[in-house]
Design a protein around this ligand. Structure first.
Ligand code: C2E
Ligand code: CA
Ligand code: CA
Ligand code: CA
Length: 284
């Protein structure tokens, strides 16, 4: 009853549509929801960036934007905890807008410093069903005077599968803007390959659960190798995430993987650390 009351109040304030899923995690989620709403409103969410390295020549070609929330009492709250809360409470649109705006602002700064990097922003399932998304993306690119080729959007198979028709429509509109699209966490969803080939995406990101263990588990190595071959056969670029050792990096080079991300290369960090981080990575 308490939750319903708070949600109804929040609804009147124009923030949320009450969703019964919110009942599941009860008071904990409700507390997070209130604090998160405030954090978004006050511009307190941070964005960190993890470099994407081209395997062929070791150049840093882009970064992935990862949202961070330094909660006043709880400290760093992981996105795996609060992004789902945002999804369930109608906060995902302002969250996505905040990350997009910050990421494009930082990208514009790097370009002024002579760094030609693309920036990738993660889209949650609900964003992918939001028909206002393409226009908001276009507006943010205009605000920061950036060409659309600077931006990449990462979507998951399972998000696209929630309402394949609508997702396809939104993806085509985004693609028409000139934004790059990639499928994240590839291999963990249940999308049919036939469906994925109909999406206007240019890149597959192999989920880190396969990459992290490919040195130890021969079936993971087979999955990584065949995903690379399959993607290349379809004319797609492949990014491996979760590269944690030199051995994995070397193996990926052997298999012809296009780009890699992972703690062994670089951990996510604040935007200001990116120029120095890029220089250091490329010297290695
Ligand atoms: P993701 O999109 O798959 O992002 C990659 C996650 O793997 C990040 O965790 C990153 O810090 C972590 N990672 C990178 N390299 C390694 C590695 O070598 N080893 C290991 N073990 N982990 C590595 P993070 O930042 O905690 O994000 C978790 C998830 O939260 C993301 O997974 C994404 O699904 C979601 N997320 C993060 N930022 C956003 C955002 O701005 N919007 C939305 N909708 N979702 C976000
Ligand atoms: Ca991602
Ligand atoms: Ca991923
Ligand atoms: Ca993931």
């Amino acid at each position: 009853a308490d939750i319903a009351k708070h949600a109804a109040k929040a609804d009147r304030l124009g923030f949320v549509v009450y969703r019964p899923e919110l009942d599941a995690g009860a008071p904990e989620k409700l507390a997070l929801f209130g604090d998160l709403r405030r954090a978004i409103r006050d511009g307190d969410l941070l964005v960190h960036y993890q470099p994407k390295v081209r395997v062929e020549d070791g150049r840093v070609v882009g970064v992935e934007a990862l949202v961070r929330w330094d909660h006043p009492d709880r400290g760093m709250v992981p996105p795996a905890l609060f992004v789902p809360v945002a999804e369930q409470t109608g906060l995902i649109r302002p969250l996505t807008d905040a990350v997009l705006d910050r990421a494009l602002a930082d990208c514009a700064t790097w370009r002024r410093q002579g760094l030609d990097l693309t920036v990738a922003v993660n889209l949650s399932a609900r964003s992918l069903l939001d028909l206002s998304l393409p226009e908001r993306v276009a507006a943010s690119l205009r605000t920061h005077a950036l060409p659309s080729s600077c931006l990449e959007l990462e979507i998951t198979e399972s998000a696209a599968m929630k309402d394949p028709g609508r997702a396809l429509e939104i993806l085509h509109r985004l693609r028409a803007l000139g934004v790059h699209l990639s499928v994240d966490d590839y291999g963990t969803g249940h999308a049919s390959l036939a469906y994925l080939t109909r999406l206007p995406v240019g890149t597959l990101k192999i989920d880190r659960s396969f990459v992290q263990t490919m040195e130890l588990d021969s079936s993971d190595r087979v999955i990584v190798r065949s995903t690379i071959d399959l993607a290349h056969g379809l004319g797609l670029r492949v990014v491996a995430e979760g590269v944690e050792t030199r051995a994995t990096w070397a193996e990926l080079a052997q298999l012809g993987c296009d780009e890699a991300q992972g703690f062994w290369l670089a951990r996510p960090g604040p935007g200001e650390t990116i120029p120095a981080g890029v220089t250091e990575l490329e010297r290695r």
